[in-house]
Structure formats: structure tokens, C-alpha cells
Write a protein that binds this ligand. Sequence first.
Ligand code: PMV
Length: 317
Amino acid sequence: MPAVTAHAPAKSILFGEHAVVYGRPAIAIPVFERQSTTYILANPRGQTGEVTIEAPNIGLNSSLGALDPSHPFRIAISRTQQAVGAASIPACHIRVVSTIPIASGLGSGASIAVSLARAFSLFLGHPLKDEQVSAIAFEVDKVYHGTPSGIDNSVIAFGKPIYFIKDQPFTLLAPASPLDFLIADTGVRSSTRKMVLGLRERWQQEHAKYDKFFEVIESIVVQARASIEEGDPGNLGDLMNQNHFLLQDLGVSHPMLDQLTETAVTAGALGAKLSGAGGGGNMIALVEPDRSDAVDAALRAAGAVEVIHTRVKAGKG
Ligand code: PMV
């Protein structure tokens, strides 16, 4: 059996994070400048079922059987085996590498699960469809943060910008013109599970107040979709700023996220907001191409530990 390789991108949530957990729409984009890759090499001398797995980023080097049954890698592999209906696994070595920082809102867990499911199904001779790979990554994401909306696995498995509502088929977005973004890392790590649970507690105490915030976010996301599809980047930037202020109201921002979003806008970005669960992690800014280097420099000067430049192409991609 030959060696196989599969990749999956990172992602960034452009609008609607957190509210999406409560049934409101959200928009996410794939980020191909960071990715995870799974390599699988058959071991013709090994016995059936003898699987070793290595993930240097997290210092893992183990036999599959020695991993806890709730380990995300084990879940991804066993779900993939079930999905392709393979009775046994030929002896092999799996290597998982990723350039996506963990716990920073870029979907590293879902991306690794997607690359793993893709590579493993290919290795077993039955490459799974994007939607099957997405469903496996959703199961794995549940281990990371309990009640995921499903937006991460969807945008990463399909690798296209999406308009997403929980428990519904999503819509692929076709931007009228290319969109340039900078994604800046605060360097502050944050737990999605903790951020989502914290907001749930606040929501349980003051339903009406938080439901109102979610409703306003929904209207921003609907307008953002129109701005993307009609090619109105100025309005899109304004909507990002508004979404950021609402995320502050929800209590999921962080002083460093506020500082970087303000810096980006002052340096000429069309708009900026935190992206993902908040409490640290990354922010995203929409820029005109000729402002991109100046905004990048300002973000680094304000303390961003890394700045990724990414472009969303026009059309259905
Ligand atoms: O994985 P993160 O940090 O991008 O956060 C996911 C976005 C949330 O809306 C906060 C949670 C979810 O499941 O959609």
C-alpha cells in the first residue's frame, strides 16, 4: 500500500461567533496560509492493526492502542474506519504536523481531524467526501469544546467561505471582489470551552439581555453577507467593527484584542474584530491591499506575535 498525504486549512470566523451557538448565522473563511498535514506510511512488516502515531507539535509518539479512547486522534481514526466499513487496519505509521497555533481561534483541532480523516480514508482505499470528513471532525470537536456549533469543521472540510446556521445545510459564499485580511495573534492562549461556558452562564442569568445582543449580531451577519456578495468592502469593515463591540458586550473580548482591533483601524484597516472564541487568540482586520503592510507593521508594533495575510478570492472559489 503506498504512502498517502492529506492537508486541511486553518479557519477564521468573520462574523457571528458565539451567537452561532444560539442558532444565529455566522460567516467563516478558510485560511490556507496555515494548515495541518497527515502522512500515512504502510508498514509491510507489521501485523494487521499495528498502528503508530506521531505528532511532533504536541510531543506525541505512541501506538494507537495506547492512546486514551477519548483522545481526538483515536476518535478520528475509529470514526473513519467505521465510515469506510473497514474490518481491520493494515499496519502503518501516521504522522500529523500542523502550522496552526493551538487554542487561538484558528480551528487547529478541526483542521487536524479533517486531515487525519482524509488521509486515513485514502489509505484504506475509500476516500471520504467532504461532508463525511466534516461529520467526523464535528465528533472530534465535541471532545475539545463540548457543544460546538459545527462551523469550524464545515469551513475547514469544504475549504470555502460559508454562511452557516447550526443544524442546517450551509451556503457557499461567492464574494463579488477579492477580500484581503490580516489575522493577528495576541499570543494569549484561550480555551473555547471556557469562553462558551462562561457566556452560557451569563445568558442563563440574563436571557433577555443576551438574546437582544444575539439578535443584533444576526442582523449584522445578514448585512455582511450582502456586502460580501455585492462587493461593498467599506460597509463590510464597518460591520466588523460593530460585531467587535457586540462581542465586547458579550464579555468575550480581551484588552489585547481591543488594543489590536483599535490599532488596525487607526492604521487604515476598513474594519477589525476578534475572531473565534475570544479571551485571547486572534483578531482579523479587513484591509485594502495597499494598506496591508502598514497595518501589519502597526499590529506588530502593538504587540501582535504573528500576522497572517490571507486573501479570499472572488466567486465561488
Ligand atoms: O474554535 P474557535 O475559538 O474559533 O471558537 C469557535 C466559535 C464559537 O462560536 C465561539 C463556538 C462554536 O462552536 O461555534
